[in-house]
Design a binder for this molecule. Structure first.
Ligand code: IPM
Ligand code: MG
Length: 357
């Protein structure tokens, strides 16, 4: 019996998580999934109800659970709040508090969606890339940070910092994943300019010695952005820092046609994980039954695979998503000519129906 904390969050978070819950219910009732659900608040919704984007009750619940399923956080109405109260703080706080340092962001092209990519089919077809992003250190969390007045004008500053232990552990994550894939790690940095990246590169070289079966290469982040668009299939596993990983993972996601298709995992050293779609809260389409719930449904599959050791059911979810795509059903974000466009709810129902078949 596993216990999972469900945090729908803001914007489309509510509607997409509702579809994932349909899938979980179905597997609980028919396939002995044995998942107990606990519900909690995060983000702007949590701020509105409790005055904090990460209430203590949510943190306590997270610590008492085996995994977290998260929707998305953020929205226009909370943008003017003091920084510590903004929805994003809730997400960043949860990542930090649970020490979820290893963020896995796969970019896989579903063959059925090759025409939805903005890139030519031959560039992206067969794409299967894993971005391993460091998630609880680097410039996102480095001190000092702030906005002050200096020399009579406003001055903003952040610090890009890494302890070698923080680099080493994300390195090990990446190499271990590469061992189960094509055994190639590309470490992305900006070592030609930044000292922190010089250290990053050195430590990656040290970690590589423990994995003689895996090939390590290095790439500067500007070139990596270009290569992702030019020849993305050259990569197997890409490992990078918090900020570079944020930028490059959106770029990689778009290669696949829709950011609405991609799940992610954020893991700590014990394999505890938070699972969420890569996309954001999309307030512009929230509540309109338009959002693509597949990334959230696939996040459940990733949870079963990486934290809960229920690989068979993970495979079953993946197969059902494939079936629905084969049948030509698409939410608006991934639709091409000739497809049947369906809403969020119907997409959830279709996946459940495919699970039955
Ligand atoms: C992501 C998001 C977050 C990040 C935001 C919402 C704080 O963009 O998960 O990629 O920057 O990490
Ligand atoms: Mg991002």
């Amino acid at each position: 019996m596993s216990k999972v904390l469900v945090l729908p969050g803001d914007g489309i978070g509510q509607e997409i998580v509702a579809q994932a819950l349909k899938v979980i219910d179905h597997l609980n009732n028919n396939d002995n999934l044995g998942m107990e659900l606990v519900h909690g608040l995060i983000g702007g919704t949590a701020y509105d109800e409790t005055g904090s984007p990460l209430p203590q009750a949510t943190l306590d619940a997270a610590k008492a659970c085996d995994s977290i399923l998260l929707g998305a956080v953020g929205g226009y109405q909370w943008e003017a709040l003091e920084r510590d109260l903004r929805p994003e703080r809730g997400l960043l706080g949860l990542r930090a508090e649970m020490d979820l340092f290893s963020n896995l962001r796969p970019a896989i092209l579903y063959p059925q969606l090759a025409s939805a990519s903005t890139l030519k089919e031959e560039i992206v077809s067969g794409l299967d890339l894993m971005i391993v992003r460091e998630l609880v250190a680097g410039i996102y969390f480095g001190q000092p940070r702030g906005i002050e007045t200096r020399d009579g004008e406003r001055y903003g500053f952040n610090s890009a910092t890494y302890y070698e232990s923080e680099i080493r552990r994300i390195g090990h994550s990446a190499f271990k994943i590469a061992q189960k894939r094509d055994k190639r790690v590309c470490s992305v940095d900006k070592a030609n300019v930044l000292e922190v990246c010089e250290l990053w590169r050195d430590v990656m070289e040290e970690v590589a010695k423990d994995y003689p079966d895996v090939e390590l290469s290095h790439m500067y982040v500007d070139n990596a952005a270009m290569q992702l668009v030019k020849a993305p299939k050259q990569f197997d596993v890409m490992v990078t820092s918090n900020l570079f990983g944020d930028v490059l993972s959106d770029c990689a996601a778009m290669l696949t046609g829709s950011i609405g298709m991609l799940p992610s995992a954020s893991l700590n050293k014990d394999g505890f994980g938070m699972y969420e779609p890569i996309h954001g809260s999309a307030p512009d389409i929230a509540g309109q039954d338009m959002a693509n719930p597949l990334a959230t449904i696939l996040s459940v599959s990733m949870m079963l695979r990486y934290s809960l050791d229920q690989v068979d059911l993970a495979d079953k979810i993946d197969r059902s998503v494939n079936t629905v795509l084969d049948q030509g059903y698409r939410t608006a974000d991934i639709a091409s000519e000739g497809d049947t466009v369906v809403g969020t709810n119907e997409m959830g129902d279709l996946v459940v129906k495919a699970l039955q078949g």
